[in-house]
Design a protein around this ligand. Sequence first.
Ligand code: NAD
Length: 263
Amino acid sequence: MGRVSGRSCIVTGAAQGIGRAIAEALLEEGASVCFADINGDRVFEVANLNRKTYGDKKVTHAQVDVTDRSAVRAMIDHTVATFGKLDVNFNNAGVNRPMNFMEVTEDNWNFIMGINGLGCMIGMQEAARQMIAQGTGGKIINTASIASRQGFDNVAPYCASKFAVVSLTQSGARDLAKHDITVTGFAPGVVATEMWEQVDQDLMEIGAAERPGQAMEEFSAEILRGRVAKPQDIVGTTTFLAAPESDYMTGQIVMIDGGMTLV
Ligand code: NAD
């Protein structure tokens, strides 16, 4: 028996990076998983690789834009049609596009807040609707960040969007407790994924770094654990948040940042 045996889970942003690692760790611990992402080709490939190991009954996938409510509903309906129910919903899809604070545009703000903020809220609402209809309770788990604890320069909308994830986690926890639905989140620090490769490039383009890797090095200098994270460093906690072991937790964000932000 795995730690999440029999649980039906959705993970958004599961085509790569942290989301893929979360989804694969859930499979390893006995769950059924819908890999969901806006990148349809890539999520199909990743789900197929996992189908080879875990079989059709445990793995499915969906192309979804988390800002599109009808697409989110279709992803949930597809998961329920495949696995019979929904127990755990990870709202993990996220984006960043650094800009100097004084250069931030409405487009930059709307793009980031749309996916990281509104996308998280729509995911929470639609997952909760399904869980309420089932009458089984459930778990909603949101991806926050160290950027949800402090405002950093060059990524102001990203920080605002991740602060929003924290407040949505708290509001959702208060509203959904009566349905036996818990809402938690986790906050990674610096994780070596494709997102950081892009952020590194963007920071050079806006003049905030001079050479590849510099921004990540400078940003990571204070990590008490002495190194940046790999997606694998995150998944012990995410599986815990999906498992019965965490049933008495709600409204909380767990920091998984190697000791960058001591709050
Ligand atoms: P990533 O860029 O490697 O993966 C993000 C995934 O989300 C991609 O597969 C992308 O296609 C998908 N996505 C983007 N927009 C989407 C949309 N509208 N609908 C559905 N899917 C969409 O990033 P990652 O590093 O794995 O980040 C995952 C989450 O962790 C994000 O919420 C991010 O903000 C957060 N986070 C990352 C770090 C880090 O250092 N990498 C740190 C803290 C928090």
